[in-house]
Design a protein around this ligand. Sequence first.
Ligand SMILES: NC(=O)c1ccc[n+]([C@@H]2O[C@H](COP(=O)([O-])OP(=O)(O)OC[C@H]3O[C@@H](n4cnc5c(N)ncnc54)[C@H](O)[C@@H]3O)[C@@H](O)[C@H]2O)c1
Length: 438
Amino acid sequence: MTPSVAPATGRLGVLTVGLGAVSSTLIAGVELVKKGLGQPIGSLTQMDTIRLGKRTDGRTPLIKEFVPLADLNDVVFGAWDPFPDDAYVAASRAGVLEGGKHIEQISDALRDVRPMKAAFDRQYVKRIDADNTVGTIDKRAMLNAIREDINRFREEKQCDRLVMLWAASTEIFIEPGPAHQDIESFEAAIDRNDPTIAPSMLYAYAAILEGVPFANGAPNLTVDIPVLRDLAVERRVPISGKDFKTGQTLIKTVIGPMLRARMLGLSGWYSTNILGNRDGEVLDDPDNFKTKEESKLGVLEDILDPNSFPELYGDVYHKVRINYYPPRGDNKEGWDNIDIFGWLGYPMQLKIDFLCRDSILAAPLALDLVLFSDLAQRAGLGGIQEWLSFYYKAPMVAPGLSPEHDLFVQLAKLKNTLRWMMGEDQITHLGREYYDGE
Ligand SMILES: NC(=O)c1ccc[n+]([C@@H]2O[C@H](COP(=O)([O-])OP(=O)(O)OC[C@H]3O[C@@H](n4cnc5c(N)ncnc54)[C@H](O)[C@@H]3O)[C@@H](O)[C@H]2O)c1
């Protein structure tokens, strides 16, 4: 059944949890694009096309002209952060964008985004010490404060719809447990301030209760727990996560499927990163790094399927390191050494050195996630949005399913979902119709 998609009329409020490097680069980028002072490079919603029908039909509209997406001129930003810096100060401190060329041109719009008081508890992010907070770590009080902020923002900015994006620090590693199973246990855990209820879960819970789609750009468990997955389905609120797939894992989910497609063996993959932004500083703490490590490590095993191919992938040494190195700031270097083997077992090597810019890669993903999450809601799609796996390192999927990591399978899934939403034929790549007449 093709869903009916409501039009994107009125204002879309985008609430970012965290006003750091990614959020300030996103907000600044959108404001620059609105003024024609920059191009939204890296964003499918703004730049990519979609093929409809046969290859000979010549129908390839822009995605944003094919599906009804919110116009950037209708987007208004809000944020929470324990640092009191507005988006102008946050962007200047993050050091991602050039002041004269970019930040100053849109300084008024950036100054307008002042962070609301964060529901923040240092137990979950030890390296951050700041006091623009709700002033309590009582979980019920934090939840209520977030819900009040959502509604106040909606009213003050006269938003017709909202989307929430977690672009805050990576929290410490938490495993799914008894408190996360159903609403009764979850509510009781909030009341007794159970440590397995992280602040990110309170933001996600508040969002779902207020009917606001939630996208998780970090690897925290957050909305990927049974109670919130079920509630999102029940309330028809789109949710997605986890962890923006921007740099090293983006490369891994292109090279990994290539090795598997050609039946080339893998004996080792060593990935190391140096970065010097605030994210790097938070991830320097072993408890926070563990959350990121799990998200980065899972990918290869899922792609290579060692159980089916033990002679090719049964003995892979996979290591991921992140090193905090202040001189590099947001300009991360991700270095991969890949030991592979081919015909008769002869060894070969691949070396990849990605001198990237973390937030420059993340901002367009954040924009697409926000616009597509809003689209999903207008299409009546609640619960996990697996078609948004394209954007994530550790895609959320229904229990019992293994995630799809191959970037190009993810892209095909995303575009087929858009075709399905608008009542167009799926593209299967069978292509018999071009030859059947011969
Ligand atoms: N940039 C990338 O390429 C990339 C890729 C994947 C994931 N991520 C994740 O995205 C997140 C944001 O990255 P960043 O570079 O902007 O980090 P950042 O450190 O610059 O910004 C994060 C902000 O979140 C704030 N924060 C922490 N806890 C909060 C809370 N409970 N409520 C509100 N705000 C809170 C911090 O004060 C900080 O200002 C990180 O978790 C990072 O791991 C980034």
